[in-house]
Structure formats: C-alpha cells, structure tokens
Design a protein around this ligand. Sequence first.
Ligand SMILES: [Zn+2]
Length: 388
Amino acid sequence: MLEFNYYMPSRIFFGKGSLENLGTEKLPGKKALIVTSAGGSMRKYGYLDRVTALLDKNHTEYVLFEKILPNPIKSHVMEGAQLAREAGCDFVIGLGGGSSIDSSKSIAVMAANDGDYWDYVNGGSGKGLEVPNNPLPVIAITTTAGTGTESDPWTVVTKEETGEKIGFGYDKTFPYFSIVDPDLMMSIPPYLTAYQGFDALFHSTEGYIANISNFMSDMYALKAIELIGKYLVRAVKDGSDEEARAGVALANTLSGFVESTSSCTSEHSLEHALSGYHPKLTHGAGLIMVSAAYYETFAATVPERYVQMAKALGRRDASQASDFIEALKDLQKACGVDDLKMSDFDVDKDDLKKYALHALDTMGGLFEYDPYKLTLDEIVNILEKSYR
Ligand SMILES: [Zn+2]
C-alpha cells in the first residue's frame, strides 16, 4: 500500500550514555516541572540526581512532582498542572516509565489550558473539546522499554471515579525531545522487563494487522517484532545484558513510530477496560492475558500478515497464520509470563460482558482499526477464552 501520512516531530537521542544530552542541548524553557513516579525508584537508582545535576549544568531551574502511580490518574494530572502554573514552569520533563511520561504530556496540556482534563478527552464521559492553547513542551526520559510514549503523541490516564482509562494525544503532544538511554533500564526486574517488552511487541503487531497499516508503519513494525524475538528473552533472563537491553529499547522506540503511523487496535481497548477497573493489573500483563485469543480471532482474515510476523519473531519456516500464535505462546513461556490469570486480579468471570461494553464505550475508536469489526459477542468471546 504506497500511501501514508507521516508526522514524527520528536528528536530522539538514542543510545548508551545519551542522558548526557540533557546537560548540553538547548532546552525548550528555563524552568522544568519534573514529573516522576511515587515509587521512589528514580531516587533509589540515582536517576533523579543525575537529571537534576544535568539541569544545573544547563542553567535550568526545576520543581519536582513525584506522585505518579503505575496506572496514572486524572487528579494527579490536575495537581501537577496546578503546580506547574504556580511555580512558573515553562516546560515539563517526564522521567520514568510510560506512566510518568504520559502524565507529563497530560500535565503539559492542562498547565496551558483551563477546565478539566476530561473536557478534552474523547470517549466515555470525555467531552472531546478542542484544546485551545498549545501544551508546554515535554522532554521524555524513559527508564523502561514498554509504551513507546517517547516516540508517539499518546498519553493514557484513568479517571478514577469511573474507571475510564482512555488514550489522548494529537500533533502537539509529541515530545519536544526524548532520551532513550539503555543504561537507565538495567535495573528493571525480570517480570516487568517481560510485561513492558510484550507491550512494545503488541504496539507493533497491532499496528501491523491494523486496517490502516502502511508501507512506513510495516517497516518499523517488522523490525521491532524481530528485535523483540531476538532480545526479549535475553533481557528477561539477564538484566545486565547490555546488548539485549538496547535491542529491546530500540524495539520499543520503533513501536512508538508504529503507533504514530498506524494505530493500536482493540486488544488495547480490552486491556484498558480490565486495568481501568483493576489498577493493580499492569498494562503489559493484561495484554498478555488476552493476546492469544485476540490474535486467533483475526488469523483467518489476514493470514499472510501473521506469517510475516511469525517469521519476524524468528520462525523462518513459518507458512501459516497459526505459526504466529505458536511463536507468541512460546515467547510468553520463555519469558515466564504464560501463566497470568485474570482471577488473580479479582476479575470476575460473570463481569466479562461489562468489560466488553466498557471497552466499546471508552476506547471504541480502536475497534474501527481491527482487520474486521468485531461484534459484541465476539468481544465477550475473546475475554471468555482468555479467562483463567
Ligand atoms: Zn500499550
């Protein structure tokens, strides 16, 4: 399909030691709001100290906002935006995993605009209003390899009162620049390395089977899938394997390009419905739980795409769609994440239809990008097949 719409305005500093650019590059403002997690790992591993030292070196002031939860919530977006205004911050730095960087994008929007964040969100109880003022510039410093948020415009936040977990983003929410330094990922524990790696993988596999996939997104997706196939098990088994960490980090950044040029599909809507209600469920883990049943559903619709994905994952002799499903299951087994259960996260089997309807209500847009439009029965069926 020689037709595409390509917009990728973020400068990306990729590679070992690339954090140093924060101390030398021209920054987009004079005072940063640093948005990071409540967990304390950015302090524990010394990343926060390195970031503030580099800002000092670059003659830039900063204020800290260390409250972000693994599944970020709207009230923290509003609080962070308020702090940015009061302190006179003119740009935002997201430091950490996808939750911190996504929050930094949403805070950047609300620091420059009135009203409630949900006024601008599309889907569920969001009002879908146009954002009047440009967001503050965002610098993304990623310490994980999962969401691809450093190379896409997307941010996912949950409205805690309703459990609505909805993606938001537009041309102005791409980062001003991003730093992807695999040195900052060495301390991620094996299970999170696996969850995040599968999230990156699914951004590419969804973008590859999406009905708006194109020449440009295919190129990034197949390379990202290949890198995950080659390096994820190594990174999970030995977190100090620098080559494997860099390979998975690159796969994640390329998957962000896929999200920017094609789209995620309803696998993500299903997961957001589950973790919107059950915030303890990690995004990547939720995706893994529904993945086999999800991909089985479309195997007969785009079989040639499945063969290409199986080959990219390392099955050179793949000849049929089921080879991809098998390769996916094998990879989950090799990473030790083949036994995740919804029931362990208090998901009730009797509620599956509720989650399906919630997915359609809050993230209905992504169902439009599946290889064909699923019926409600088919959606419930995917959840039923996935339930353990
Ligand atoms: Zn994701």
